[in-house]
Design a protein around this ligand. Sequence first.
Ligand SMILES: [Zn+2]
Length: 67
Amino acid sequence: MSKKTPHWIRKTHLFRADEYICSVCGAVCPKPFKVCPSCGVSPGKTVYSPTWVDEAEMLSAILDDDW
Ligand SMILES: [Zn+2]
């Protein structure tokens, strides 16, 4: 059993500003607030999540259409 602690998931984008996502409710915020404006928990630390990898995969998926 793994008990998840609330945290912000920092997402870095290639073409957009960073976003912070509440691990509890999934709310997307422009910055890591002390309290999530959506669900009211206090996500402590921020976990870095390099979303640009996802977007790079999207780009490669588009490129794969050439096949
Ligand atoms: Zn939340």
